[in-house]
Design a protein around this ligand. Structure first.
Ligand code: GDP
Ligand code: GDP
Length: 437
């Protein structure tokens, strides 16, 4: 199921990042830093009234001078309009309505996306009158909030979540493997789509996905059904902002949310750059199966160690994703492209694998016997019981006397033991420790 996106749009300093942080709470934000941009772009997830969503703080384009303000504000608004399902248009009660706000409003008016106006910095109830001028923006009732005091955030989320599109149940059957190709511009995503489809001589039909603008490409090979997520988006080119990182990131995020398996494309020609790590990180955080695809292998000068060395470089750069297999290929010459889908099928199975509780417990108790859990001030962590509570990704809960005593390193140790026994190749494994009730 696709996770909808709520974007926070507004000129600098109105309080976007303050609100963003309140919405995500202590959930992890994906921080993206780009040279030349002083503030990070942020992507996180939130939940309200049982709806889960991604939230994007669109702010962060550094500005200088009035013209630049207008330009950057317009740009971020355009980006948000393109990808968001609901837009929170944030303004500042203290500053009142400004030209830049009008500029954003003009842009948003042309879109048909649902918009909620959030008037921030209404720090006390006596100032509620300050919100009236914002009716002039033409987007209905503004919601008064104070990021500083955490007031009105619930009302704001009520209004935003209510405008999210209806929840659509999964549009594909369980036996279809949903694959997202992700990677920075020019790594060869479109070429790989074509190579995969061309090679198979399959009957390709395009069906509109439930997400606006996304077109999925289903096909079948060796009796296995696949769907490539959002491939039309990849082919859509030429917009001014296409080249910006944020645009491709939002698109990748959406595709990842809907996928089972993420193919993380890396250019064998150019090597690994910071952006590749961010993109791979989204797949990991989203709990998707992942395969590293090193493309453009045709142009790499090789000897018998090149592949091994490149794989080692990948391992060094993506320490958190040692589970993901690496496939070297060339979308252009189609060399080794046929090796990819069997790997996709394999990691997809691993992603959905369920280990019976007694088998899992045997492995966990053996691991505990070899290397006992940490102790502190005479107390020792006791793990009584382990059970897999979910698949996609495999999620394991350990019931223990005192979950706070669990260490990251011990959790790592157990994960390694669990992987040694069951592999879970290509998929993250989530482990939680809960108090035995
Ligand atoms: P952004 O540039 O839109 O992301 O804005 P920030 O979240 O960085 O906030 C800009 C400034 O406004 C910071 O100094 C915040 O502390 C301040 N601020 C944010 N929310 C409130 C609020 O509700 N009341 C007041 N008085 N200040 C706020
Ligand atoms: P995307 O932006 O990730 O969709 O990348 P494209 O598929 O548009 O490819 C970007 C450029 O890389 C194009 O010029 C392709 O012809 C080229 N390219 C893609 N795959 C390969 C490959 O395997 N080998 C070589 N040499 N070039 C490739």
């Amino acid at each position: 199921m696709s996770k909808p996106i709520i974007a926070i749009v507004g000129r600098p300093n109105v309080g976007k990042s303050t609100i963003f942080n309140r919405v995500i709470g202590d959930r992890l934000a994906i921080v993206e830093d780009k040279p030349g941009v002083t503030r990070d772009r942020l992507y996180g997830s939130g939940e309200w009234n049982g709806r889960v969503f991604s939230i994007v703080d669109t702010g962060g384009i550094e500005i200088d001078g009035e013209d630049e303000i207008m330009k950057s504000v317009r740009m971020q608004a355009e980006l948000a309009v393109e990808e968001a399902d609901v837009i929170i248009f944030m303004v500042d009660a203290k500053a009142g309505l400004t030209n830049a706000d009008d500029e954003v409003a003009q842009m948003l008016l042309r879109s048909r996306k649902p918009i909620v106006v959030a008037v921030n910095k209404v720090d006390n109830l006596n100032r509620r009158d300050d919100i009236y001028e914002f009716y002039n923006l033409g987007f209905g009732d503004p919601v008064a909030i104070s990021g500083a005091h955490g007031m009105g955030i619930g009302d704001l989320l009520d209004a935003a979540v209510e405008k999210l599109p209806e929840e659509v149940e999964d549009e594909y059957d369980d036996d279809v493997i949903r694959v997202a190709l992700i990677g920075r511009p020019n790594v060869g995503k479109s070429s790989l789509v074509n190579a995969l489809l061309g090679e198979e001589r399959v009957i390709v039909s395009n069906v509109a996905g439930t997400t606006r603008d996304a077109i999925d490409t289903p096909f079948e090979r060796d009796g296995q059904k696949y769907v490539l997520i959002d491939t039309a988006g990849m082919r859509k080119r030429g917009k001014v902002y296409e080249s910006t990182e944020k645009y491709s990131v939002m698109r990748a995020l959406k595709a990842i949310e809907r996928a089972d398996v993420a193919l993380v494309l890396i250019s064998g020609e150019e090597g690994i750059i910071e952006q590749d790590k961010h993109i791979a990180g989204y797949a990991h955080e989203a709990g998707k199966a992942a395969v590293f695809v090193v493309n453009k292998w045709d142009v790499v000068e090789k000897d018998d160690k090149t592949m091994h060395n490149f794989e080692k470089t990948i391992r060094d750069h993506f320490l958190f994703m040692t589970y993901a297999p690496v496939v070297f290929l060339s979308a252009k010459t189609k060399q080794r492209v046929h090796k990819l889908l069997p790997v996709v099928q394999h990691v997809s199975e691993q992603h959905a694998m369920r280990i019976p509780t007694h088998v899992l417990n045997d492995v966990v108790s053996d691991a505990i016997a070899i290397n006992p859990p940490p102790s502190d001030k005479g107390r020792r962590l006791r793990i009584n019981y382990a059970t897999q509570v979910a698949v996609k990704p495999p999620t394991i809960v350990l019931f223990a006397n005192d979950p706070d005593m669990m260490h990251f390193s011990y959790e790592r140790y157990l994960e390694n033991k669990i992987r040694a026994a069951f592999q879970f190749e290509g998929t993250p494994v989530r482990i939680f420790t809960r108090k035995k009730s």
